[in-house]
Every structure is written in C-alpha cells, then in structure tokens.
Ligand binder design. Structure first.
Ligand SMILES: NC(=O)c1ccc[n+]([C@@H]2O[C@H](COP(=O)([O-])OP(=O)(O)OC[C@H]3O[C@@H](n4cnc5c(N)ncnc54)[C@H](O)[C@@H]3O)[C@@H](O)[C@H]2O)c1
Length: 303
C-alpha cells in the first residue's frame, strides 16, 4: 500500500483514546512520526495520566515512530513546550490534528459556569493554542525560504453544526471550532497551510456518557478486517488524506466522516431575503412579511 505521509511530523492531541487514537495509528501507518499528546483525563476533563504511552508502544510494535506527550492542550506554556520539544526531537512540525475533547452534558439550567468554561477551554482554547504555535513555526520556515505543506485538522461535531439538547457548552465549542477553521484557513493559506474541520463519529468513552446502554471501544480493539459502523477510527483515513500533500487544494472545509460516508458540509448562506424598499423596516409590518416570505406560517427553529 502506498504511504501518504512518509517522514512527515504530526502532533495529534487527545490521542490516547477513541478517535484521536485512531488518527495517531493511521498517520503512523502512513509513515508519519507522531507526537501522541494526551493529558490522560477523564471524559469530564478531570485527572491526568500517562495513557499516551500505550499508543506509542502500539505504534512502535507496528514499526512506526512516536513519542508521548502529556500536556494539557489548554495550558499555554505546556503547548509552547510541546512545539519546542517536537522541533528538537523531529526537526519540524508538518501536521497538527486538534482532537482533544471533553464533555460535561447538562441542560442549561443545571450546567454550571465552570462546566461551560472548562469545555470551551479544552476544545476552543486548546485548538487555538496549537494552531497559534504551529502558525508561528510555519511563518518562520516560510521566511527562511521554505515551501510548505502545513496542515491543521480540527474536530467539530454534529452538535456544533446543528445543535444538541444538553450540550450548550459542547455545541458552542464545536461551532467555535468551525469559525476558527474558516478564519485560520484564510490567514494561513498564503503560507502553504490548509486548515479543515472534520466531524467524526464513533462509539467512544465520550459517547458512552451520553446515553445509557452505549458501550465504548478503542479503534484497535477491532480486527483489521472487522467491520463496525461506530468504529472510532472511521474518520482517520480522511484525516490522513487531508494531512497529505495531495490535499493542498482543500482548505476551509467542514467534512463529516462517519462509518463509510464522507459528507461535505455546506456553510451558512442567505436562504431567503425580504426587502422593505424603505430606509429600514417598520416593526409592525415585519410580522406579515416574515410569515409570508421568510418562514411561512410554521414557527422557525423548532424541529
Ligand atoms: N465520539 C463521537 O462520536 C464524536 C463525534 C463528534 C466529535 N467528536 C470529537 O472527537 C474528539 C475525540 O473524542 P472521543 O469521542 O474520541 O473521546 P475520548 O474521551 O475517547 O478521547 C478524548 C481524548 O482527549 C483527551 N483529552 C481531554 N482533555 C485534554 C486536554 N486538555 N489535553 C490533552 N488531551 C485531552 C482525553 O484524555 C482522551 O484521551 C473530541 O474532540 C470530540 O468532541 C466525537
């Protein structure tokens, strides 16, 4: 099988379990040297551990090259040190996969401000910090005359794109990651860097907390030719391809990849427009026009 990422250097965050673990194994299988980052936290983002070591061992047993890193991606100093260490160990960074994530689901009336802040801190601040340090690293290399194929692959979800009950913190974070993706794709393309967001799926520790009866498993608990529609590694081939030089023309995209399907998601656009023809609308006239021409008679927003 031809390998897409020979000698590339990749950082995958939250790569000890679930979807990130699948990405780390896939990138290493395609020849990338991988920094397996993971703080070793619970699904709620509590505690820490060296869970990343085991993924490094699996990669090494399969003949790949990987090192473990236990940094919390929301800690600015630790992320800076992660980049310094990767450059000193492997010479450079080519690919950043921002996958680390936690969940603290509750209806909004029960959710605490801390639940909100902590979830945004890991997903949004974490993805911003790695992208910030990667961008600084890539800018220096371009200034030194290098031609780059840099890659950022962020992780969004259906909750961020369409909303999900009980996830006002998580959905906000995942929507913010789309904004980060769109903006940084514009800023970084001139450096030769693409930025895309993948919406994965899979039965993981994280999804197992959402509904009773759901079970989690790790990607490599399945045999090579075993098939499971909730395999957490289902999106990993897309991530590997987006990370490769072949994907240089794909940036600013949101792509969901679940099981055997890959969906290119369409962005916000003007669905319908009404125009008053005056300096501005009169509020009392709005109701009739909105009902007739924007929404019809059905209340908007309810599903
Ligand atoms: N499982 C799904 O169906 C699904 C769907 C859409 C999006 N996602 C997203 O995929 C990503 C991975 O989720 P998963 O389902 O594999 O969950 P998971 O709990 O199995 O894996 C998440 C990993 O991130 C690590 N992590 C948490 N906080 C961290 C931090 N501050 N710094 C570094 N590492 C940290 C955890 O230790 C864990 O190993 C998340 O961003 C999640 O929001 C998952």
């Amino acid at each position: 099988m031809p390998r897409l990422l020979e000698d590339k250097v990749a950082i995958v965050t939250g790569a000890a379990h679930g979807i990130g673990r699948g990405h780390a194994l896939e990138l290493a299988g395609h020849g990338a040297r991988v920094v397996v980052n993971d703080v070793g936290a619970s699904v709620r983002g509590e505690g820490e551990g060296k869970d990343a070591d085991e993924v490094v061992d699996v990669i090494a047993r399969r003949g790949g090259i990987a090192v473990a890193d236990y940094s919390d991606v929301s800690d600015a100093d630790r992320v800076e040190a992660l980049f310094e260490r990767t450059v000193s160990e492997f010479g450079r960074v080519d690919i950043v996969v921002n996958n680390a994530g936690i969940a603290r689901d509750r209806m909004i009336w029960n959710m605490t401000p801390e639940d909100f802040d902590t979830v945004l801190r890991v997903h949004v601040r974490g993805s911003w910090l790695t992208t910030h340090h990667a961008a600084r690293h890539w800018r220096e290399r371009v200034k030194a005359g290098e031609r780059l194929c840099g890659r950022v692959i962020n992780t969004t979800s259906g909750a961020g794109l369409s909303g999900n009950t009980g996830q006002s913190n998580y959905a906000t974070a995942k929507a913010a990651i789309v904004g980060l993706t769109l903006t940084t794709s514009l800023e970084l393309y001139r450096l030769g860097v693409t930025v895309n967001a993948v919406g994965p799926g899979g039965m993981t520790r994280l999804t197992a907390t959402m509904a009773r009866g759901l079970v989690a498993f790790e990607p490599d608990e399945l045999g090579a030719d075993e098939y499971h529609q909730m395999d957490p590694a289902g999106s990993s081939p897309l991530v590997a391809w987006l990370a490769s030089d072949e994907a240089q023309h794909v940036t600013g995209q949101v792509i969901r990849a679940i099981h055997d399907k890959i969906h290119l998601m369409g962005g916000w656009h003007e669905a319908r427009t009404i125009c008053s023809g005056e300096r501005r609308w009169d509020a009392t006239a709005l109701g009739a026009s909105i009902a007739a021409d924007l929404f019809g008679t059905r209340a908007p927003g309810l599903r």
